[in-house]
Design a protein around this ligand. Structure first.
Ligand code: NAP
Length: 249
């Protein structure tokens, strides 16, 4: 239960959905989790939920826009100033701006690339400096089955998530000698606010394609993140753990 006791984790997009579940799961295992997102009240609610559940670890809210590189650098410096280390980094913040490629505006493509991919480069570059010194680190990037399979209407999103996979493998190769692992999780269709907005018709088409015949829950992804952060995964790096009920096998 206290697998991550004494560890410090940073989770981006920790205010709701998959990120919130990851924050609570890591805190349940004893970690001090710095939860980052733009909406402070939602982050506060996650911290309160962790305190109410009397988890062995805790969640600390940190307001952050991951499209702001300087703000990311400051967040990392603040966390280091308070805790002296960052053991686990989960790049989970993500957005969609779906549309067919032929009609896609530059802004639609750029915004998704910056939030989902560039931000991960910025956080990993800032955090890994300290992980290298500590000779320890666990980096987990939340990709998507869209990045593995592609998805019509999501050329921007799929490009960002496929980019995360290439980034993950390259970072894994660069940092392996320093005892830092870097892995990606590729969730399938998970029930969160991101997927709530999809038309019922789309959900009806997707569900029968999932061999396990259900949509994923945020905890399904959080369990995978906790595994990759824990000691049981210490010899696993550069991998893409697909958590999708069998959708893209
Ligand atoms: P969600 O419910 O929409 O949550 C997204 C999170 O990202 C929120 O906490 C949001 O907080 C944060 N975020 C967005 N833009 C941000 C920014 N500029 N700066 C900081 N934080 C930002 O989405 P979700 O379904 O939990 O998805 C989480 C991750 O899993 C994403 O990377 C998504 O692509 C991936 N994923 C989801 C599914 C799925 O089916 N749900 C499938 C595959 C992959 P604020 O708005 O407060 O900033």
């Amino acid at each position: 239960m206290n697998e991550l006791a004494g560890q410090v984790a940073v989770v981006t997009g920790g205010s709701q959905g998959i990120g919130k579940a990851i924050c609570l799961m890591l805190a349940r295992q004893g970690a001090t989790v710095v939860a980052c997102a733009r909406k402070v009240e939602k982050l506060q609610a996650v911290a309160e939920e962790a305190a109410k559940q009397c988890l062995s670890g805790k969640v600390q809210p940190y307001p952050l826009d991951v499209t702001d590189r300087e703000a990311i650098d400051k967040m990392v410096e603040d966390v280091i100033a308070q805790h002296s280390k960052i053991d686990v980094l989960v790049n989970n913040a993500g957005i969609t701006k779906d549309g067919l490629m032929l009609n896609m505006e530059d802004e639609q493509f750029e915004a998704v690339l910056t939030t989902n991919l560039r931000s991960a480069f910025w956080t990993v570059r800032a955090v890994s400096k300290y992980m290298v010194r500590a000779r320890f680190g666990r980096i987990i990037n939340i990709s998507s089955v869209s990045g593995v399979m592609g998805n019509a209407g999501q050329s921007n999103y799929a490009a960002s998530k496929a980019g995360l996979i290439g980034f993950t493998k390259s970072v894994a190769k660069e940092l392996a000698k320093r005892n830092i692992t870097c892995n990606a999780i590729a969730p399938g269709f998970v029930m969160t606010e991101m997927t709530d907005v999809l038309p019922e018709k789309v959900k009806e088409i997707v569900k029968p394609l999932i061999p396990m015949n259900r949509f994923g829950e945020p905890d399904d992804i959080a369990s995978a993140a906790a595994f990759l952060a824990g000691s049981g995964a210490k010899y696993i790096t550069g991998q893409v753990l697909v958590v999708d009920g069998g959708l893209c096998m």
